[in-house]
Design a protein. Sequence first.
Length: 471
Amino acid sequence: KRLDIPGPKGVHIFGNAFELSSQTPYVQLHKWSKKYGGVFKIQIFNEEIVVLNENDAVREALLSEDFAGRPYSWRTNFSTPGGYKDIAFRDSSQGWKKLRKIAHRGLKQFGDGMDRIALLASDEIQDCIMRFKSNGETPFDPREAVEKCIANIMSSLLVGESIDDNSEDYHSVRFIVESDKRIAPSGPGAELDMFPWLRFFGNESYKILKETVVKRNKLFSSWMEKTEYKMNLHSDDSRSVCEVLQQHHKQGDITKDEVYGVLQDLLIAGIATTSTTLKAFLLILVNKPDVQKKIQAEIDNVIGDGRLPTFADRHNMPYSQAAVFEILRYSTTTTLSIPHKTLCDTSVGGYKVPRGTMVLMNLWALHHDEKYFDEPYEFKVERFLDDNGKCLSAHERKSFLPFGIGKRECLGEAMAKLRMFLFITSLLQKLDILPQDKNNPPDPDPTKFEYSITNLPGPFNIVVKNRENEK
Ligand code: HEM
């Protein structure tokens, strides 16, 4: 039965598949929303998908449990431990709820105020600043150092130690994070969902996914061995997420696949999203020296150069905090979020949606809606400040949902905000970030990034200068 919802007419058999793959998907969907409205449907082969493109419809869906399911995909089933024994892609079930709670507990033991994460993050960020500085005034591509920094914070959290750049573990982590591209709703690997038999004919995405599974199992098995060893050494409260997971596994609450499933989600979601957003922010800094100067003025005022920034400083640094919100809006790291699925016959925006329908939340469209944001394609920190220069509260930040809301809301929102705030303020406390060629800075336009579950900036160079030399 066809859905009674407007949408672009596709071609026989393929539906809208070609139009979607020839353009960046979220941009094409945004264009269609101007013609068909905030709620419309597309067709990919024989599947009809509902796309939500505006604030009211997305909130209505996310705040209802009816939309908390996840659709099946052959690639995701293949790549998640035990076939969907994870959190992010697993369909709504008691098992998913239990795992989400356990992962939440694992992250929570780092302190409600995230004190331990802040300490870990500060060390890794200072290390990243040293790496930046080691280039002197020679131009360099900062992407790898940023990813390394975020990866190390994540591994310290997950397994209690950071990873050496040259180790096999580090290469495995990067490989696992990189191959996440292969499970984005469209893009490389999508053909495997329609034609899983392509794997028998040398399909490139399949080879990468298969290698990822081998590397992942080896990495997580070594992490669990290390954890077991550490747990035998100390019997006090848990120290890493692995220890919490291991305890629950031993008590019979969760299976080994579920332990790996949580680790995989936290590793990928914890690294890919935050490092991508920070890379996009560096692109903005080299294009917007005025933004950089205003953040630095706030740092000089509130923190000075005698101590490192803390997360508590954000309360006195509205401009820096608003800059974090603006980069999350402007570049919209997870443009189409993670696909949802209806768990029962339901409705959204006045349209009936039957059980089992895939629903895409076009966060890009929300974040670039002219109704809420003037000149949405411009980077303007001030849009998140009120007339008194105070940062807008969550309630006042309309049409802004970088982390989703409701049953499926991001598990790492607090941690992501903390790491981004600390990274940006620590970096700009010490350094000026400049383009290699000031007459031709690299293009910050996110629609030109590589589309994936996260929106990935391509190669670009920056130059750093010590601020101490200036003062
Ligand atoms: C800039 C950083 C981040 C952004 C923009 C982001 C965004 C998102 C979004 C949009 C979703 C999907 C919500 C939905 O389905 O409606 C999500 C889910 C998720 N995120 Fe994040 N995230 C970030 C960082 C993190 C971090 C640091 C972690 C963990 C340490 C994390 C863990 C997760 C998990 C486990 C889910 C799946 C939740 C579920 O399906 O129940 N994320 N995130």
